[in-house]
Design a protein around this ligand. Structure first.
Ligand code: IMP
Ligand code: MG
Length: 182
């Protein structure tokens, strides 16, 4: 699908080819790091689904998959930070080598909450893999072990990321036009 056909988009940031190439590199790195073990990939719904499936297909050690869903709220001043689990994991992660898979780490509030919650459930190890990282907007410091791409301070969509729930199915990542939230 061409970005010219989609009125809200300004430009393509990462093409389908760039994304698949980078995911292959990351999967090789992860497979090497977890050699001899199996990984439990935990995807945060819904944004990470496209990235998680593409990544999982390229990882060469045994992989299990589970998902959790979250809701985040703004406080009265409009600042982000209140997160809760809306759909919990299906299975225990006790003793597992867990890789939490995110679509994007922005302020870091979501990731901090998820890491605190998951760490309390006794995993053997807990690491973070994010598709996109917007480090310039970080408010709370969180560890990111693997990232596909660092991005500028613009709102992006595609490959799982949405604007009002639309655009998740784009095969590329695009920057929204400023008047549309970009
Ligand atoms: P954080 O708690 O601020 O790190 O928020 C991360 C969440 O905000 C992500 O999981 C996304 O759902 C959403 N988000 C942040 N930036 C973008 C963006 O540029 N496009 C789409 N969703 C975004
Ligand atoms: Mg979202």
């Amino acid at each position: 699908m061409s970005s010219e056909t989609l009125p809200g988009l300004e430009r393509i940031l990462f093409t389908e080819e760039q994304i698949s190439g980078r995911i292959r590199e990351l999967a090789a790195e992860i497979s090497e790091r977890y050699a001899g073990k199996s990984i439990k990939l935990i995807g945060v719904l819904k944004g990470s689904v496209f990235f998680l499936t593409a990544l999982a297909q390229q990882i060469t050690v045994p992989v299990k998959i589970d998902f959790l869903g979250i809701s985040s709220f703004s406080n009265k001043s409009g600042a982000p930070g209140v997160v809760r689990i809306a759909k919990d994991l299906d299975e225990s992660i006790e003793g597992e080598d867990v890789l939490l898979v995110e679509d994007i780490v922005d302020t870091g509030f979501t990731l901090r909450y998820l890491l605190q919650t998951l760490a309390g459930r006794g995993p053997n190890s807990l690491a973070v893999c994010t598709f996109l990282d917007r480090n310039s907007r970080r408010i709370v410091q969180v560890p990111v072990d693997y990232r596909c791409f660092e991005i500028p301070d613009r709102f992006v969509v595609g490959f799982g990321l949405d604007y009002n729930q639309v655009y998740r199915n784009l095969t590329y990542v695009a920057v929204m036009k400023p008047d549309k939230g970009g």
